[in-house]
Design a protein. Structure first.
Length: 128
């Protein structure tokens, strides 16, 4: 994806966020932020008994990069198995938001991923 396409994608997700809002009765929810710049994300997860992410949403405030990255992340995860979410890496986020964004605003771009990793740890263990 070229630089202009990356900018347009981020602006679209910032201005028209996907999965923004609170989920009632989530299986996990976590708030996390970057104290230095004021970006905050609250992530909500609902997971089926067979380990599929049935719903995911976020609330937050902050810069275009942090909020757009949260929107992109939720869009990528809805309907995926937990194992997909557990194995996401910085490189995955870089492929979604673009290398230049990652290099210039890494903490903002990775806030949603960091919040997701905390939420995954917060999920209750289901009996086997």
């Amino acid at each position: 994806m070229d630089r202009q396409a990356q900018i347009e994608l981020l602006l679209d997700h910032y201005e028209n966020p996907r999965n923004r809002g609170r989920l009632e009765n989530p299986d996990a929810h976590v708030s996390w932020g970057n104290p230095g710049c004021g970006d905050v994300i609250t992530l909500y997860l609902k997971v089926s008994d067979d380990g599929q992410i049935t719903d995911i949403a976020f609330e937050g405030e902050g810069c275009t990069v942090s909020q757009a990255s949260a929107s992109i992340l939720t869009e990528k995860l809805k309907g995926q198995p937990l194992s997909y979410a557990e194995n996401l890496t910085v490189d995955d986020v870089m492929s979604w938001v673009g290398r230049e964004v990652m290099l210039s605003r890494p903490r903002c771009a990775l806030l949603a991923l960091s919040t997701l990793k905390l939420a995954l740890r917060d999920l209750p263990k289901k009996p086997s």
